[in-house]
Design a protein. Sequence first.
Length: 81
Amino acid sequence: MATDPSEYDKAMPIVAAHLAKIERAVDRTRVSHAGQPFTAVHQALAEALQDEGAQRVVPQVVEELARQISDAATDPRGAAR
């Protein structure tokens, strides 16, 4: 199945914009909630994603990001695993 390269070129700016929204939400949540309990981080991240207009994120991804942010203060390596 071949894909028209122009379709890729059309989609990439949309994908990049969506990823930038997710990144802003994650960064904002990390700054304000690093090391806090998972539930608080998860709620804050969900709200930040909604504020950015990026609420369409796979739930497992949101949970993993929230877990990493929650663990950031207790893990000397931070969120990088």
